[in-house]
Ligand binder design. Structure first.
Ligand SMILES: C[S@@+](CC[C@H](N)C(=O)[O-])C[C@H]1O[C@@H](n2cnc3c(N)ncnc32)[C@H](O)[C@@H]1O
Length: 258
């Protein structure tokens, strides 16, 4: 792994176990998370091939990077995120893998792209992250992403995109989803807060976890605009085409082609 961030890589933790427990925690919210990643990589292959240079935007532990490199061994990935604990897991996981590099940056910082090792990518991919931003900074970020994607390249965002013209459907979906989550909790699934308590108790992750709570608090505050908003803004910012390529009752995978 090429480490272009400022944090040092923590040694000594069981990185595969942390990856697995992060996946289980995220799947408690999104049982179809793995399907989403699969379609995302299908569309990468369809539009930019099997050796892409990818930016894993708001990468967390590097979930997209891991699936990308497993499926396309000739791909390369830059992960960018602000969370020191999740980045420690990402850096520990990909230590020694020259295909993956990680950058510490705040996507709300207008200069965040200056930290990247490249100024152009075949694909910028992101999941379950951009709802941490409000619409205005998200629109600004989309403009920056449009400049990073090469002509013919793609951007994909898998996230909660809520259509507020369908309040009764949304309420029914939410009730159904929370019923399933409550049942899974009774069977021992960890939620976000409990997962972070485990990280805080880990000798290697305790320091970075304390720093991430100083940065974000429990969770950043953001918006969940509908897919049509994302598609419109991405077209306004320079993409030629944009539309959902997958959706579940609660989530959408939106693809924009430059
Ligand atoms: C729920 S996690 C998802 C991580 C990963 N994409 C996945 O699917 O597992 C959301 C990520 O967005 C990152 N994030 C949120 N706001 C950010 C910002 N302003 N700059 C950089 N990263 C940000 C968080 O640090 C966190 O890693």
């Amino acid at each position: 792994m090429t480490d272009t961030g400022t944090d040092t890589t923590a040694a000594g933790a069981d990185w595969p176990a942390w990856q697995k427990s992060w996946d289980r925690q995220q799947e408690w919210y999104m049982p179809d998370r793995e399907d989403r990643f699969g379609i995302m990589l299908d569309m990468v292959e369809a539009l930019v091939g099997t050796t892409p240079r990818v930016l894993d935007l708001a990468c967390g532990t590097g979930s997209i990077t891991a699936r990308l490199l497993a499926r396309f061994p000739g791909a390369t990935s830059t992960g960018v995120d602000l969370d020191p604990a999740l980045l420690a897991i990402a850096r520990g996981t990909f230590e020694g893998d020259e295909r993956a590099s990680f950058v510490t940056a705040d996507l709300k910082d207008p200069a965040w792209r200056a930290k990247l090792p490249y100024d152009s990518y075949d694909a910028v991919l992101t999941a379950t992250a951009l709802h941490w931003l409000h619409r205005e900074p998200l629109a600004a970020l989309y403009g920056q992403v449009a400049e990073l994607v090469r002509d013919g390249g793609v951007f994909m965002n898998a996230d909660h995109m809520i259509d507020d013209t369908t309040p009764r459907i949304n309420a029914a979906e939410r009730a159904q989803r929370h019923g399933r989550m409550d049942r899974a909790r009774r069977d021992g699934a960890l939620d976000w807060a409990e997962w972070w308590q485990l990280a805080a108790a880990d000798p290697v992750l305790a320091g970075p976890t304390a720093r991430r709570f100083e940065i974000y608090g429990e969770h950043a505050d953001g918006d969940t605009p509908p897919a049509a908003w994302h598609a419109r803004v991405l077209r306004e910012k320079g993409f030629a085409e944009a539309r959902p390529v997958w959706c579940s009752p609660s989530d959408t995978l939106l693809l924009a082609l430059k």
